[in-house]
Design a binder for this molecule. Structure first.
Ligand SMILES: [Zn+2]
Length: 78
């Protein structure tokens, strides 16, 4: 969908975080999510849905018994 539009997109930086940068093209509404060498292009609806899924995953990781905490190195005790 965005492949044809991509050549004419004029993205501007929307948000820049520690591990990701989000750009928005105000011409077509394409959102680009840059994480390291990977870029995901999507529309706003998909971005919002992805955000809900990521939040859900983060909450699941915080659940006791998820097993993740035991695998993480203990901070500050090195
Ligand atoms: Zn565009």
């Amino acid at each position: 969908m965005f492949d044809e539009i991509a050549k004419t997109c004029r993205p501007r930086s929307l948000v820049r975080g520690r591990v990701a940068r989000i750009d928005l093209c105000s011409d077509c509404g394409c959102v680009s999510v840059h994480v390291g060498p990977t870029t995901l292009r999507m529309d706003e609806h998909t971005l919002r849905s992805l955000w809900l899924t990521l939040r859900e995953a983060a909450e699941a990781l915080d659940e006791p018994g998820s097993g993740v905490r035991a695998a993480l190195p203990i901070r500050g005790n090195a």
